[in-house]
Design a protein around this ligand. Structure first.
Ligand code: SF4
Ligand code: SF4
Length: 486
């Protein structure tokens, strides 16, 4: 009969461990993380020694773990507290991103967007000059020292006169109040003209569009009855790229950016998509998964995919980009850059959907054409489907304070607090991750959701597994770390 003594001895040794989480990565390494946001990747054998409290002192690994707060008796608590406060510096800043929906109309009928259903005619769903100006005033009430006002739609260029007026008004109000105001436009470019482009450049409006890949794939996702969506996109991408390269002294011209929405049709075409981005002079690609929210939810069987399918797609994108980087080409993946900013630099990159708590209302607000305010654009999309759970007020009648204290604001902040999510609170990816109450509500019927069966959680795990798997290898780590400025 065996005695229980050895187990007790081992438990005593292991009690020297501080609180940490771990995950076995594909490939065999084990990732450790702690609340200060430090990570370490251990070989399985070293992890067995570490978790049993038997890792030899004084070895390079022991020193590394001690410096990162994984050895209880050697933990630098002040250093860990400073790291925590750096990573969470966004808390208390107030909403920085203000999305103004200039119109619900659109001249495209993209597979994943509801705006196409309204068409391009009429003006009933256009934001009025009064609502737009009031929205700018409201955004400037934010306690965040630097705000971004992003013009979206529908297609915002369909409401050009009001957009133009709002740009000038926001610039003037920002100057009057001594506030930093960044302006951004998200457009499909189909209605862009030289005159509009020059105005946007002169007023330092940064430009973002959608590029879903080569012409056939892009045009399949982004149907445009009035012409060729891909042709318009690449024409104006070149124009704004060339303008940024010229850098005239009178204003700052930003390099344009593009967003990729991954649909079922994108799967298997990773290389073609990335090559298309390179061809169009883009050095960043944001591999964004489609979410079954709002309109896309209805079409999910046609255009959706599983988290495992997305993870495989994402991993293959990263592998290809790493090969391209090794061959001297400049291309980065935005999700990776965002996560690496947190993992490598320990700072918050301001990405509101992967934050704890998430950015719903406390980090961003979406202003519907009629002045209704939502926690975020995704919350607005749920509103469009007839459910106003994420509505937090209206710019014409509600105060900033009332909006910040609205039931949906508070509910989203609680539901997206990872410490309160049973699975997240022990997850090795918690310091870098975030949950989405809108996604949870749409797919699982509650703001809290249920992470063990949540596809977004599975998708996040796939992305983190791919990233940490590559970071565990010297060649991958060298290239990935080069994507962020230390
Ligand atoms: S959402 Fe999933 S991956 Fe993210 S912290 Fe929670 S359990 Fe981990
Ligand atoms: S609710 Fe979801 S979409 Fe909205 S800010 Fe939070 S994470 Fe982002």
């Amino acid at each position: 009969m065996t005695t229980r003594k050895p187990a007790k001895k081992s438990a005593e040794r292991a009690s020297g461990l501080p609180y940490f989480s771990f995950r076995r990565l594909p490939g065999g390494a084990v990732l450790l993380s702690n609340d200060a946001g430090f990570t370490a990747s251990l070989r399985a054998a070293d992890f067995a020694l570490f978790s049993a409290g038997r890792l030899a002192k004084g070895t390079p690994l022991h020193k590394e773990l001690a410096a990162k707060g994984f050895v209880r008796d050697l933990t630098d608590f002040e250093g860990c507290a400073a790291a925590c406060s750096k990573r969470n510096a966004f808390l208390g800043a107030g909403p920085g991103l203000h999305i103004l929906v200039m119109t619900l109309r659109c001249n495209h009928k993209c597979l994943y967007c509801q705006s196409g259903a309204l068409g391009a005619a009429g003006s009933r769903s256009d934001m009025s000059r009064a609502v737009a100006r009031k929205s700018v005033d409201f955004a400037l009430k934010s306690t965040n020292p630097g705000i971004t006002i992003e013009f979206q739609g529908g297609e915002p260029l369909l409401n050009w006169d009001v957009l133009r007026d709002t740009v000038l008004y926001a610039r003037r109000r920002g100057r009057d109040l001594g506030r930093e105001v960044r302006l951004a436009l998200v457009s499909n470019f189909s209605l862009m003209t030289e005159e509009k482009a020059r105005f946007l450049l002169q007023n330092e409006v940064s430009i973002c569009t959608s590029l879903d890949g080569p012409a056939d794939l892009h045009n399949r996702n982004r149907t445009y009855a009035g012409g060729n969506s891909h042709a318009a996109t690449v024409r104006w991408l070149k124009y704004f790229n060339d303008s940024a390269a010229k850098q005239v002294p009178e204003y700052r011209a930003f390099k344009p950016s593009a967003l990729l929405t991954v649909t079922k049709y994108s799967l298997g075409r990773e290389k073609e998509i990335i090559n298309e981005y390179l061809r169009q002079g883009l050095s960043d690609i944001f591999v964004r998964p489609l979410a079954p929210i709002g309109y896309a939810r209805k079409l999910w069987p046609q255009i959706g995919y599983t988290s495992a399918e997305f993870a495989a797609f994402y991993r293959s994108c990263l592998d290809y980009m790493i090969k391209l980087n090794a061959a001297g080409k400049k291309i980065r993946e935005r999700n990776a850059v965002i996560m690496l900013e947190k993992i490598v630099n320990g700072s918050d990159p301001g990405y509101l959907d992967m934050r704890c708590p998430c950015g719903a209302a406390i980090g961003q607000l979406a202003y519907n054409y009629n002045g209704d305010l939502y926690t975020c654009d995704e919350g607005r999309m749920v509103g469009w489907e007839g459910d106003d759970l994420f509505r937090v007020g209206n710019v014409m009648k509600d105060s900033y304070r009332k909006v910040m204290l609205a039931p949906a604001t508070r509910a989203c902040a609680s539901a997206s607090n990872l410490e309160l999510q049973p699975q997240c609170s022990r997850c090795a990816y918690k310091p870098f991750c975030g949950v989405c109450p809108v996604y949870n509500y749409e797919t699982q019927g509650s703001l809290w959701g249920d992470m063990p069966s949540n596809e977004r959680c599975a998708l996040s795990m796939g992305v983190f597994d791919a990233l940490f798997g590559l970071l565990a290898k010297p060649a991958g780590a060298k290239i990935l770390k080069g994507w962020v400025t230390p």
